[in-house]
Design a binder for this molecule. Structure first.
Ligand code: SF4
Length: 262
């Protein structure tokens, strides 16, 4: 092992997998900091603060909560403008709705690479698990993200690393490959058991990281583009589409009713 303490930036989504990936690195003596990207489509925060039926749950930013439990710093980076090109012109297309997951992953890892270089970090870590998501977490799409982000073999996926070719951090001895995992598929029992062993609280998987996977939301976004005659949006648009029921009785007339008092 080299003597300098190596540094990793972890894409911390607020979900369990990225928290565990960070933890595996901390356990190997790596200096870890988290990064989280605010695209405007994020599920948390806005809706949670507005909807009355969510009041019973604590209002919190799950990425910050993960970082707090890990005892690491978190950098929240706003990418609303840059992210528009990912949403509007995805090179690899959309998933089931308007979710451009593969382009999104490449974009976020690419921004993390930029951050890594600017801050003198050594590698990037994600909580991805092979075969967990149909569009972006496949054996054939992992190299696409590594290539298009520019991260190449400085991208380590500790939860499934043993099923993938060794990356630079493993080959250089910065991390011990034997202590990484070989998880695959959609079964989350191993992660839940690990969370229990570490005593971590975590957000339940909500079916996606953002509103672009939500059929009702994407219907409203398509309707907005249709009524404007062009595919464009501003930050206010995408926030307001999260609120209320949206009906369009006539092409020139939109009716929005509040779902609750908030
Ligand atoms: S669900 Fe949303 S945030 Fe997550 S990878 Fe897909 S497009 Fe990106």
């Amino acid at each position: 092992m080299e003597d300098r303490k190596r540094k990793a930036v972890v894409l911390l989504s607020g979900g369990l997998d990225s928290m565990l990936a960070a933890r595996l690195m901390i356990d190997q003596g790596i200096h870890v900091e988290g990064i989280n990207f605010f695209t405007g489509f994020c599920v948390e925060g806005h809706t949670h603060a507005v909807r009355r039926d969510r009041r019973s749950r604590p209002v919190r930013n799950n990425a910050l909560h993960s970082a707090e439990q890990l005892g690491i710093r978190l950098h929240i980076v706003e990418v609303i403008e840059e992210y528009k090109d990912v949403v509007l012109n995805p090179r690899h297309g959309y998933g089931a709705h308007l979710n451009p997951c593969l382009d999104c992953k490449a974009f976020m890892v690419g921004r993390a690479r930029q951050w890594m270089e600017e801050h003198g970090f050594d590698f990037i870590v994600t909580g991805e698990v092979l075969g967990q998501r149909p569009m972006s977490q496949r054996r054939d799409t992992f190299p696409v993200v590594a290539r298009e982000s520019g991260a190449a073999d400085r991208l380590l996926r500790p939860l499934c690393a043993k099923l993938l070719p060794p990356t630079l951090p493993e080959r250089a001895g910065w991390v011990d490959r034997e202590r990484l995992l070989g998880l695959s598929g959609r079964n989350r029992k191993p992660q839940i058991a690990m969370a229990g062993a570490y005593g971590y609280e975590y957000a339940q998987p909500a079916g996606g990281c953002c509103f672009l996977t939500d059929p009702n939301y994407t219907k409203k976004l398509r309707d907005l583009w249709g009524s404007r005659g062009e595919r464009r949006y501003d930050f206010d648009d995408i926030m307001l589409l999260k609120i209320g029921r949206h009906l369009r009785p006539r092409p020139s007339f939109k009716l929005i009713s509040g779902r609750d008092e908030g």
